[in-house]
Design a protein around this ligand. Structure first.
Ligand code: HDE
Length: 663
């Protein structure tokens, strides 16, 4: 199946192979290493037009990074709906199961700048551009289903609070500082999202294993004009996994590109990540049936109450050719919408609709950003918008206004039946007011529901997350205020965090009394397929090539990624060998560890490797000699997830579980 968007992008490709160098004006260049000077040691000349052009262009190569979500990575792919969804919508890409729709996805962190590490604790952006035949639909979502605020007018406050503090620009890439936790404590609507960010969801293992959420309530509209409230979900077919915080922090230094590398390499290998599109649907007559307001973006619709229907699949199967040209210049906007989809009155969504074009103008230099190749729709664009910076089209004809008679009134508008976008005719009336709806004011029930839905291990990770972040604040007042907020959700959580950060918990127990939970919120319920799992095999001493071959064969059959780690790199076969050394490999870069030893003196780096893998709850397998030698190491050989074996077939079973939290 061809991908129309990639075909379109191909037309803009520029390849220098076999080409002579020219200036931007097309003049061939004879010398590109020396400026024009008076004599060999004399001053440079102003007339050196080639130098002037080259250096001018270079001086302007950077564009402003995104104000939020600056650090990101994207890939191309396609989407196909499983069944005709015309019951709910007349959007063409959701009603024709024969059709594949090109997509471009950009994953991102929120707080950090463009060069910040991938593995920080943060919300991840999950923005999808569908290039449908009826125009572009952008689903600009996150990996956490709720947001910190309820009204867009508070977005600058939230972002000012979470970004590096203005007096010293610290910290980079994280929320573990006073202003963020001060915001948290003074703006109780942020409680729910903060709980998610402090849970394992805030430190995903990679982009392939995150969920995606549209967050807001949207509408689907069918051809009869009936509307349904909808929340969009992306469910990863790779399972859902997180890092351990200590591991994430080490990775900041060991590999700042950990997540982008994982995505890039998976796609290069043909190991294409896939997500199913999920819909939660609420009919208009059910709008007020819930104990939360469906317009409130700080609330989920618990899946046990409103099940997610999986309606289609997205596959990411092509890396970009150039990160700046495609990923950096991609301009997403929740207001890029197609017929059959519409907005709800969620005040956060409404504000976003206004905001995103502004940011593109300052980032991409003018209102023609839709003409940049990555942003062009695959269908034709015709209107009377003209001129402005960086216009790429040459518009023919005398008229650029509507209505006209000189050009037969073209470009003409079209009716809904012919594909023209029509807004859903929602009836609204009211007074102009600045007031938060009372129905938005329950800030603590859903945080409690989230807490109740976690496993014990996940709960403990959240305690650790809060303790680290609040513990990093300098102001005792901020710490106390933050703990007071937690006290309104759960007494035990507040007590544990208070103890860890050295403040008192409020005397009064204010917690929400509820056992309500949702079975779909824990990450541990997701199956994690074996293919893609990575294992480091540490070689101590002389391990025979036949042994290595038998390991390599089994791992390849099972779809595992592996690396043999030895003293020096060594080719064994055409396809494999010892590729890593103790200097280049690190336990945080692998999901599990095998140590094979011949009994000769154990390399101290091997012991450190095993201890760190153990600490991060990863599966460990030692052959008998290695186990004997590791008796003195800081690990327990009889702990869960530690296996002693040298049979590659049985070893693979150790990887059934990604982490042994019960260690
Ligand atoms: Fe964004 N957001 N946002 N946001 N957002 C941007 O647009 C904004 C919000 C999200 O990979 C900016 O092009 C406001 C919620 C993603 O390019 C900016 C509000 C959600 C991305 C902006 C929100 C998001 C952005 C910065 C509150 C999840 C990255 C650069 C009303 C549903 C897209 C840009 C990419 C980016 C504004 C809240 C997701 C400034 C005003 C809620 C994934 O326009």
């Amino acid at each position: 199946m061809t991908n129309k968007k990639l075909d379109q992008l191909k037309k803009n490709e520029k390849n220098n192979d076999g080409k002579a160098m020219t200036t931007n004006n097309g003049v061939k260049v004879s010398e590109d290493e020396n400026t024009l000077t008076v004599g060999e040691r004399g001053p440079s000349l102003l007339e050196d037009f080639h130098f002037r052009e080259k250096i001018m262009h270079f001086d302007h190569e950077r564009i402003p990074e995104r104000i939020v979500h600056a650090r990101g990575f994207g890939a191309h792919g396609e989407f196909q709906v499983y069944e005709d969804l015309s019951k709910y919508t007349y959007a063409d890409f959701l009603t024709n199961p024969e059709k594949t729709t090109p997509v471009f996805v950009r994953f991102s962190t929120v707080q950090g700048s463009k060069g910040s590490p991938d593995t920080v604790r943060d919300v991840r952006g999950f923005a999808t551009k569908f290039y449908t035949d009826e125009g572009i639909f952008d689903l600009v979502g996150n990996d956490i289903p709720v947001f910190f605020i309820q009204d867009a007018i508070k977005f600058p406050d939230l972002i000012h609070a979470v970004k590096p503090e203005p007096h010293n620009e610290i910290p980079q890439g994280g929320s573990a500082h006073d202003t963020f936790w001060d915001f948290f404590a003074q703006n109780p609507e942020s409680t729910h999202t903060a709980m998610w960010a402090m849970s394992d969801r805030g430190i995903p293992k990679n982009f392939r294993q995150i969920e995606g959420f549209g967050v807001h309530t949207f509408r689907l509209v069918n051809s009869e004009g009936q509307s349904y409230f909808v929340k969009f979900h992306w469910k990863p077919l790779q399972g859902l996994e997180s890092l351990v915080w200590d591991e994430a922090q080490i990775l900041h230094g060991k590999d700042v590109d950990f997540h982008r590398k994982d995505l890039y390499e998976s796609i290069e290998k043909g190991d294409y990540p896939e997500w199913e599109l999920g819909l939660q649907i609420i009919t208009p007559d059910q709008e007020f049936d819930f104990d939360f307001d469906i317009l409130d973006p700080t609330k989920i619709w618990p899946e046990d109450q409103v099940p997610v229907q999986r309606v289609g699949k997205m596959t990411l199967n092509q890396n970009v050719s150039n990160v700046f040209d495609e990923t950096e210049q991609a301009a997403f906007h929740p207001g890029h919408i197609v017929p059959g989809i519409d907005f709800s009155n969620d005040p956060l969504l409404q504000g976003r609709l206004f905001s995103y074009t502004d940011t593109q103008i300052s980032r991409l230099g003018g209102p023609n950003f839709n003409q940049i190749p990555i942003n062009r729709p695959v269908n034709e664009v015709h209107n009377n918008q003209r001129d402005a910076m960086h216009q790429q089209n040459v518009h023919k004809g005398q008229t650029s206004y509507h209505n006209n008679a000189l050009n037969d009134n073209d470009p003409h508008t079209t009716s809904k039946e012919e594909g023209g976008y029509e807004h859903y005719q929602e009836k609204v009336e009211g007074r102009k007011i600045r007031k938060r709806s009372e129905s938005f004011k329950d800030y603590y029930s859903q945080p409690k529901l989230y807490l109740n839905s976690l496993t014990e291990d996940e709960y403990q990770h959240m305690v650790d997350g809060f303790s680290f972040e609040i513990g990093m604040c300098k102001s005792i007042m901020v710490k106390e205020n933050a703990v007071s907020q937690l006290n309104k959700v759960d007494r035990k959580l507040a007590q544990s965090v208070a103890e860890n950060v050295g403040v008192k918990v409020p005397e009064e127990n204010e917690e929400v009394e509820s056992n309500a939970s949702d079975s779909k919120l824990t990450m541990e319920k997701f199956d994690i397929p074996l293919p893609g799992h990575s294992v480091a095999v540490l070689l101590n001493g002389d391990i025979s090539e036949d042994t290595l071959k038998s390991y390599a064969k089994t791992f390849t059959q099972q779809g595992l990624n592996y690396a043999f780690v030895g003293k020096q790199p060594k080719d064994i076969d055409e396809d494999f060998g010892v590729t890593e050394t103790y200097a280049t490999a690190h336990p945080t870069l692998f999901d599990s560890l095998i140590v094979l030893s011949d009994g000769s003196d154990l390399n101290p780096d091997a012991e450190a490797f095993a201890e760190m893998s153990y600490k991060h709850n990863k599966p460990l397998v030692f052959n008998k000699q290695a186990a004997e030698q590791l008796k003195a190491a800081k690990l327990k050989l009889d702990a869960p997830g530690v296996f002693i074996s040298d049979d590659p077939e049985t070893i693979v079973k150790a990887f059934d579980r990604a982490r042994y939290w019960d260690r």
